[in-house]
Design a protein around this ligand. Structure first.
Ligand SMILES: [Zn+2]
Length: 250
């Protein structure tokens, strides 16, 4: 069913290549670019509907607490230690900061400042309650960009697959980054050999939350298009995840 504001796309949002119908799941249709392998929900749900999915408590947690908060905190420390060289002494932002675990870890391991941004009011309330030393913004990314804040380091894990407006989110990343800034990004890799041959069986292919999927090729093209270069990739044979550091070059 086509809702108000839904966008039907006829070309690849990354490379403008030719797209074809790919798979149907949960009443949603996904198309795939024949050139770069980018997969996207078509039609793309309107932005307002995505906001609604998250603003009153996303799928990740219970109303007043985070499950496994201790192990989340520990994993955030491990990741922050591995990325320390990119944010030490810098102003850092976690885009999609959830319960604030990464923001806390960035602060703890040497960021000059660590800031969180999320549209989930329950998550932001949790983060503010537990990590009072950092700043957390409850805001959509467009409004946040308009505030004029800029950063040297952006952390964004498992966010890009939720935001159908690629131009909007990439322009946001351009706007909020200073020259030479680095970004640490993770998002599912639909081109990975560990993805089931029958892709509909892949639990990560999860409408309505996951509206698009990248491959090594498509994510590289996308970041280059917006003035970034991929500086380092963390590929794993076991996990279908694109995990990389990008650097702003223009
Ligand atoms: Zn493409």
């Amino acid at each position: 069913m086509l809702q108000d504001g839904a966008r039907t796309m006829t070309a690849c949002g990354v490379c403008k290549g030719v797209t074809e119908e790919f798979v149907h799941k949960g009443g949603s249709r996904y198309d795939k670019c024949t050139n770069c392998g980018f997969v996207f929900m078509n039609p793309m749900p309107p932005a307002g509907q995505l906001d609604e999915l998250y603003s009153a408590g996303g799928p990740q947690h219970l109303p007043d607490t985070y499950s496994k908060s201790r192990s989340r905190a520990r994993r955030a420390y491990i990741r922050a230690i591995a990325l320390r060289r990119y944010f030490r002494g810098k102003d850092a932002l976690d885009f999609g900061s959830g319960g604030g675990f990464i923001v806390n870890a960035l602060q703890k391991f040497g960021a000059k400042s660590a800031t969180g941004l999320d549209i989930d009011s329950v998550a932001v309330a949790y983060a503010r309650r537990h990590y009072a030393g950092s700043q957390f913004f409850l805001s959509g990314y467009e409004d946040f960009a308009a505030s004029g804040r800029t950063f040297d380091f952006i952390y964004s894990s498992e966010v890009l697959e939720h935001i159908g407006d690629i131009d909007g989110v990439m322009s946001f990343l351009q706007t909020i980054t200073r020259p030479g800034a680095t970004l640490f990004i993770t998002t599912p890799d639909i081109g990975h050999p560990a993805v089931p041959a029958k892709v509909v069986d892949w639990p990560v292919l999860a409408p309505p939350h996951h509206v698009q999927f990248f491959t090594q090729d498509s994510i590289t093209k996308l970041f280059i298009n917006y003035g970034f270069t991929i500086e380092r990739r963390y590929n794993k044979r076991s996990a279908p995840t694109l995990k990389f550091v990008a650097k702003k070059i223009r």
